[in-house]
Design a protein around this ligand. Structure first.
Ligand code: W6P
Length: 362
């Protein structure tokens, strides 16, 4: 079929990652249209091809469903008329694609887990595949959301949030919000919440001046997501390993540090560390998905806080999307440190996107 041939061609055309500086230079929705028109279909074609590289994908209902939906969205995008002055129809289409794709993380993780179970595929390979697939999705969603936000003119003037990017994102404020939310979830679930401390540090300064807030260009919702995932884990582990009266002795520490080039956030708990047997499985989509297949209470406080789901691997993708890194170090018997490193300069915040050089080793 014509669409299939077009997709396999387009999937081989290299995707063009943008920097946050470039995205912020698009002040009106119209400035963004040429990029949406040429780049977004490429990224959908790439995800369609990624599914096709998985041996046996047609036998897994979830993967077949994703493939059908992506193909339909691809068709809708290439059939749009981009030359009109009025972006109304484009906005409507992007919003409906965005809404229809809400469940893609769950559907793809479940499909990949089925592939693992039925075809005994290697979890390492499948985890890397999901990293690439979901990273590509983060990229299109960010651009969709940015486009819809600036089309609605939700942005203020200079120095105010423009679209989903905040040129003055306050890192410690976002950390504080994430900690409040995570503590609230703990309270709902366990009846207690751990203590936490947010501190600011600045290169070249010590003492009170070091505590000035850290502002940088970033997508605050992504930073909040990452911090919530880390804090939910640290908070839950702290509650599980401490008597209530000892909680004030083991606060979870959130240190927001920066120089001109980067923001480095250290989250440390004293909850005894991650069991050695868990190892790299903490970054796997498989174990959380396996656990989910048996549980019936989605969206309860319990579920939101529950074990190593897809939250941590997704948090690492949000960090990587704009050139950052996220890693964990376990200190057995003592605690866990999470290290989040984000570039601070908007021209260095460039999308990290997968290529279609992906080949199924089978
Ligand atoms: C723990 C287990 C964990 C996972 C992720 C982040 C922090 C922590 N702390 O004990």
């Amino acid at each position: 079929e014509l669409v299939a041939a077009e997709v396999s061609f387009l999937a081989t055309v290299p995707v063009k990652p943008v920097s946050m500086r470039q995205v912020m230079s698009w002040c009106n929705a119209g400035d963004m249209v040429p990029f949406i028109q040429t780049e977004i279909p490429k990224r959908f074609a790439l995800r369609i091809r990624l599914i096709e590289t998985l041996d046996g994908w047609q036998d897994i209902p979830e993967l077949a469903k994703l493939h059908r939906r992506l193909t339909r969205w691809y068709r809708e995008l290439v059939l749009l008329n981009y030359s009109t002055q009025d972006c109304g129809h484009l906005i409507k289409t992007l919003k409906s694609i965005r809404d229809e794709g809400r469940d893609v993380i769950g559907v793809s993780a479940s499909g990949i887990y089925q592939l693992h179970k039925s075809k005994q595929r290697d979890t390492k390979f499948l985890d890397r595949w999901l990293d690439g697939f979901l990273l590509s999705r983060i990229g299109t969603n960010a651009l969709f959301d940015q486009f819809v936000a600036i089309a609605r003119k939700e942005d203020g003037g200079l120095g105010r949030p423009s679209g989903i990017i905040d040129p003055r994102c306050n890192a410690s404020k976002v950390c504080e919000h994430a900690a409040q939310l995570s503590a609230y979830l703990c309270y709902q679930r366990f009846g207690h919440e751990p203590k936490y401390i947010v501190e600011d540090f600045k290169a070249g300064l010590t003492g009170p001046q070091a505590e000035s807030p850290c502002h940088f260009t970033y997508i605050p919702s992504y930073l909040r997501y990452i911090m919530c995932e880390l804090l939910k884990n640290s908070f839950r582990a702290t509650l599980m390993t401490s008597a209530v009266e000892d909680l004030s002795k083991r606060p979870v520490r959130i240190r927001v540090c920066r120089d001109e080039h980067r923001v480095a956030i250290l989250v440390s708990d004293e909850a005894g560390g991650i069991p050695f047997e868990v190892g790299d499985r903490i970054w796997s989509y498989m174990y959380g998905t396996a656990a989910k297949q048996g549980s019936e209470s989605p969206n309860s406080a319990e579920d939101l806080l529950s074990g190593y789901g897809v939250g941590l691997p997704c948090a690492r993708l949000y960090a990587r999307y704009l050139g950052g890194t996220l890693s964990l170090t376990s200190y057995p018997g003592y605690g866990t440190q999470a290290h989040l490193l984000l570039p601070r300069i908007d021209s260095e915040q460039v999308e990290e996107l997968p290529e279609c050089s992906f080949h199924d080793p089978i």
